[in-house]
Design a protein around this ligand. Structure first.
Ligand code: CA
Length: 229
C-alpha cells in the first residue's frame, strides 16, 4: 500500500481527502497538527508522500516542511495552498516542497500529483552507461543518487536530484523549461513552470559559489537552463 500523510486541521477537508485517497488506492495517514505530522513521519518510514496544509493551529505548513527536510530528504512533499496565495507556492517550494496544489482542488488533480511524486521518489535510477558522471568539480553517482562537489556531499531532494541528472547527462545543452517540467514533474503536470525556476534557484544556492552569478547552471533567456561544468 502506498502510504500518504495528510496534514490538515479542518476535519471536513481532511475526511474528504482521506476518502478520496482510499478510493484512489492510497493508504492515508491523518494528522491534524504539525507536530502530529512530524511524529507520524518519524514513526512510519513507509510514508513516502506528505500533503501539508499551510494554516495550522500549531506550526505552519512551511515550517513543518522545513523540519521534514532537515530530517529526511526523500519524502515527497505537496503543499496545499489557499486560492490566490501565490506567495504560498514560492514559500512552499523554497522551504523544500516538491509541488503544490491550490485549494479547492479536484480529487483527480491531487491524486495525479501524488502518483507523479510517488513515481519520482520511488524511482529506480535511470539506466545510464556509467554509474558515475564526473564533470568539473562535480561527481554524480546515479546508483546511490549522491552528488558531490570537490568530494563533499551536497544534499539534494529527489526533485533536485532528478534535475541534476538531466543536466549532467546533457552538459552544454540548453534545456527548455517545458522539457524539464515534463521530465521531472510528469507529462500531465498542469501547474505552472515557476516550479522549475524555484528548484533551479534552490540548486544554485547549493551548487554555486555565488548563486546570483551562476557559473554552472546558467539561464538561457526566454527558454530554459544549461549546465556547464
Ligand atoms: Ca488549515
Amino acid at each position: 500500500m502506498k502510504k500518504v500523510l495528510i496534514l490538515e486541521d479542518e476535519d471536513s477537508i481532511r475526511s474528504f481527502v482521506v476518502i478520496n485517497l482510499r478510493r484512489a488506492g492510497f493508504e492515508p495517514v491523518e494528522a491534524a497538527t504539525g507536530q502530529a505530522a512530524l511524529d507520524a513521519l518519524r514513526a512510519d518510514p513507509e510514508i513516502r508522500v506528505a500533503l501539508l496544509d499551510v494554516m495550522l493551529p500549531d506550526i505552519d505548513g512551511f515550517e513543518v516542511c522545513r523540519r521534514i527536510r532537515a530530517e529526511d530528504k526523500n519524502v515527497g512533499i505537496i503543499i496545499l495552498s489557499a486560492r490566490g496565495q501565490e506567495m504560498d507556492k514560492i514559500t512552499g517550494l523554497v522551504s523544500g516542497a516538491d509541488d503544490y496544489v491550490t485549494k479547492p482542488f479536484s480529487t483527480a488533480e491531487l491524486t495525479a500529483r501524488i502518483d507523479a511524486l510517488y513515481r519520482r521518489t520511488g524511482e529506480e535510477p535511470a539506466p545510464v552507461r556509467t554509474d558515475e558522471l564526473r564533470q568539473g568539480p562535480f561527481l554524480l553517482n546515479t546508483r546511490t543518487r549522491v552528488l558531490e562537489k570537490n568530494g563533499e556531499r551536497i544534499k539534494l531532494t529527489q526533485t533536485e536530484y532528478a534535475l541534476m541528472q538531466i543536466f549532467m547527462l546533457n552538459p552544454g545543452t540548453a534545456i527548455s523549461r517545458e522539457e524539464l517540467l515534463s521530465d521531472v514533474w510528469g507529462r500531465d503536470y498542469d501547474g505552472d513552470d515557476k516550479v522549475v525556476d524555484v528548484n533551479i534557484r534552490r540548486l544554485r544556492i547549493k551548487l554555486e559559489e555565488d548563486s546570483t552569478a551562476p557559473q554552472y547552471l546558467s539561464t538561457v533567456w526566454g527558454f530554459g537552463y544549461q549546465w556547464n561544468a
